[in-house]
Design a protein around this ligand. Structure first.
Ligand SMILES: *Cc1c(COP(=O)(O)O)cnc(C)c1O
Length: 393
């Protein structure tokens, strides 16, 4: 059933659940079966050749995985969707589908670490021309797109300093060059931002983060224009980076509370960002919801809420990060984000560990930066926890 006339919180719960319900079950079960059998050989042939809908082999499609795909498709207003084993599988399969030798990709210096590695190390080996621009320099990005561009790859807000790029503006430039626009929407989630509605062709997520929401399953999803999603699906089928039914079930289950969680995380992150901004031992706070954030005006035009992630640096640099972080009681000091529980870590150890200090400096990432992914705990407890930890500095 199409839930497009309903709000996102409703879609997150209902979308896809009607497709493969068993005997009226309220959720689609985990269909662990690798293969699907047919007594009618003509029907088997029709499904295998794609003329009739159905399932053949779970590397290609699977009912439980289809439920998750349908949820994300409806939440992002896509035409089709396909799922992957991880977020990086979604990103690499998408990039390698469209960026064949001789093509040119324009992107940002601040993309997710793994994505950046594909741009810097892997794609050049396949004779793809990669141009990474200063993330917030819209004029430079437009100029590079105009020089010739097959694919424009964006991420906003970025990791870990929450830089904001203007999706509508860059989509316009990309359309003039005939480029496909792909947006990594992991940080914003479909509750806060819908790149397809802003004109992008494809949007992808690490479903490991907010979509799943509980730090207990990994996955990736891609949605957007049918013809483009279909191409990536065909690559993924053979490349084999498919999502299994078990994590698909976990992610689809987590997604039912997506709107509740994100509304809570949006509100808590803003409260915490304001608190940190006023704290004498905090030197910088990066959060697009703060009026002082350089991307705030753009963020207001394309985001419904400003998300659950912020970063801040403390007086005294990394030496003091080492003192403060272990004092926090209500955090997992870990590399992930987007969970019900608060997670924190220094980008120099987590997302940007592969870079040199000099490279981090060029990206504007202070050595004393802490990335803080706000969970759904009571915000007063989180504020109290930060207060006692910062007090020990
Ligand atoms: C985590 C993350 C990824 C990679 O996802 P995995 O599921 O870990 O492979 C990609 N993009 C962003 C923005 C992320 O935060």
């Amino acid at each position: 059933m199409d839930f497009s006339s309903y709000k996102k919180g409703t879609k997150a719960i209902w979308a896809g659940e009607d497709l493969f319900s068993v005997n009226g079950s309220a959720t689609t079960p985990v269909v662990g079966s690798v293969a699907f059998s047919y007594n009618d050989l003509d029907k088997w042939y029709d499904v295998a050749t794609g003329n009739t809908e159905g399932f053949i082999y779970s590397r290609n499609t699977n009912p439980t995985v289809s439920v998750l795909e349908e949820k994300i498709r409806q939440l992002e207003s896509g035409e089709a969707a396909t799922a992957f084993a991880t977020g990086m599988a979604a990103i690499s399969n998408t990039l390698f589908t469209f960026l064949t030798p001789g093509k040119r990709v324009v992107s940002l210096k601040d993309t997710y670490g793994g994505t950046s590695k594909i741009f810097l190390d892997f794609l050049p080996e396949y004779n793809v021309d990669v141009k990474l621009c200063d993330t917030t320099d819209h004029e430079q990005i437009e100029a590079e797109i105009a020089k010739g561009c097959d694919l424009l790859y964006l991420e906003t807000p970025t990791n870990p300093t929450l830089k904001i790029v203007d999706i509508r503006r860059l989509v316009e430039a990309a359309k003039k060059s005939g480029a496909i626009v792909v947006v990594d929407n992991t940080f914003a989630t479909p509750i806060n931002q819908n790149p397809l509605v802003l004109g992008a062709d494809l949007v992808l997520h690490s479903a490991t983060k907010f979509l799943c929401g509980h730090s207990d399953a990994m996955g990736g999803v891609l949605t957007g224009k049918k013809e483009l999603v279909q191409k990536v699906f065909q690559f993924r089928e053979i490349n084999g980076a498919s999502l299994q039914a078990d994590p698909a079930y976990m992610i689809a289950r987590g997604m039912k509370t997506l709107e509740l969680r994100i509304e809570r995380q949006n509100a808590s992150a803003l409260t915490i960002a304001r608190y940190l901004k006023a704290h004498p031992k905090v030197t910088d706070v990066f959060y697009p919801g703060l009026e002082t954030h350089p991307g705030h005006e753009i963020a207001k035009t394309q985001m419904k809420g400003f998300g659950g992630i912020l970063s801040f640096s403390v007086d005294g640099g990394y030496d003091n990060v080492k003192k403060v972080l272990p004092q926090l009681k209500l955090v997992h000091l870990a590399a992930s984000l987007g969970s019900v529980s608060t997670l924190a870590g220094p980008p120099r150890t987590t997302s940007h560990v592969e870079l040199t200090q000099e490279q981090r400096k060029l990206l504007g990432i202070p050595e004393g930066l802490i990335r803080y992914s706000v969970g759904i705990e009571n915000v007063d407890d989180l504020l109290g926890d930060l207060e006692q930890a910062l007090g020990k500095m």
